[in-house]
Design a binder for this molecule. Structure first.
Ligand code: SF4
Ligand code: SF4
Length: 63
């Protein structure tokens, strides 16, 4: 299991700053989670004010 950044992201960068595992990466246009680095701690999901970070299976389920 891992977390994913969805289209609700407003690119504030908070999750990028707080991830203890440096698993959140910055693209030219957006942020994404490098799943191989993510430790599933959930910190990013709880800090995101836009509820833009969800467990991967959650997004898949509601696609
Ligand atoms: S904290 Fe939420 S809105 Fe901000 S960059 Fe991360 S996913 Fe996007
Ligand atoms: S769940 Fe934890 S380790 Fe994974 S991206 Fe979010 S803050 Fe980083």
């Amino acid at each position: 299991m891992s977390f994913q950044i969805t289209e609700n992201c407003v690119k504030c960068g908070k999750c990028f700053e707080i991830c203890p595992w440096k698993a959140i990466k910055e693209n030219k246009d957006d942020f994404y989670i490098a799943t191989e680095l993510c430790a599933d701690c959930g910190s990013c999901a709880s800090i995101c004010e836009n509820s833009a970070i969800v467990p991967e299976h959650y997004k898949t389920k509601f696609k």
